[in-house]
Design a protein around this ligand. Sequence first.
Ligand SMILES: *Cc1c(COP(=O)(O)O)cnc(C)c1O
Length: 396
Amino acid sequence: MAAIYLDNNATTRTDPRVVTAMLPFFTEAYGNAASTSHSFGWTAEEAVEQARQETALLIGADSREVVFTSGATEACNMAIKGVAALYRDKPSHIITQVTEHPAVLETCAVLEQNGVRVTYLPVDQYGQVSPADIESAMGPETILVSIMAANNEIGTLNDLTAIGAICADRNILFHTDATQAVGKIPIDAEKLGIGLLSLSAHKFHGPKGVGALYVRRRNPRVRLITQMDGGGQERGRRSGTLNVPGIVGLGEAARICREELSSEHEMLAALRDRLISGILAEVEGAALVGHPLQRLPNNASIYLPGVDSDALLAALPDVAISSGSACSSAAVKPSHVLTALSGPADLARSTVRAGVSRFTTEAQIDTVVQRIASETARLRRLTPEILVPPGVFQNA
Ligand SMILES: *Cc1c(COP(=O)(O)O)cnc(C)c1O
């Protein structure tokens, strides 16, 4: 059997149209976008500005609000450290949630060592943070709220409208790590009252190693201390020769998502639901993890009681899905997201994540359902002492 890729929350296949758009910028059009004295530079600069426009359009921004980075990790660092540095001499406080990506959590942990106070809010059983909790955590020293749009492990969406409104009301800057949401659900940074937004091309069929930080320009203008000093590219916000082919790829990926988002959303959700209902029908006690409705169209996180997810993955080498230790698979420890959900004790050990994409087929879904069902049954026979409590995780 040809390998089936369902790990689209980890990364996605670069769309062939994106590759085609990028290629000339490796070969003939290899100029430095900062070279202003010749046509090689102008061509590169023009392509970068077009990509900036496309990136802005996808998130409801103005192109001058887009700063290109090496990805979402850099964008989150630039945003959070850039804001904290502004308040370096004053007591300051940041509000975030326990289920953020390490790009946010580890950045906050570093700031804590430098004296910044950080509140890590809990989430409910679906993985959603309560906007009311955010509001109660706010105080006179709060400089930033950093809450992700969609969770990379369980697909749960946060209520950005409510959170943005609270932040605007209290005049507190709102950063959202929207890496999983951009290109999958409509996001309008301007309307949502977002001050800073991080995104990454490789999560929506663009190339790896390129992303962007949206920095609001007005109502109110967001100020940041530069984290990367040098030649002054990106209006001095992020120095370094621009990754022109990568940026062109980001722009093309953004254009495709913007034009196809509404039709693609339904197609992805249908595949996702086929996968979820297939597994829930075939595997006794299986349950959906995360919010049943407020979730990414492409993510299915499924609890398989009595099954060690890493053993299941090992038994399915030709199916690319991931386990509860997904985002920290270098260090094997249970997922901080799954452990935050107050579910059954073995939730983190027995949950698998599958993500569909525009390249996934129904036939692939059906194959994966059958493979997961048969391997789950085999693993349960091997360890019959693990009781399967049916429907133990009814809340999902
Ligand atoms: C993938 C991901 C990141 C990191 O993005 P990179 O571009 O790979 O650095 C950050 N946050 C979330 C939610 C992600 O899914």
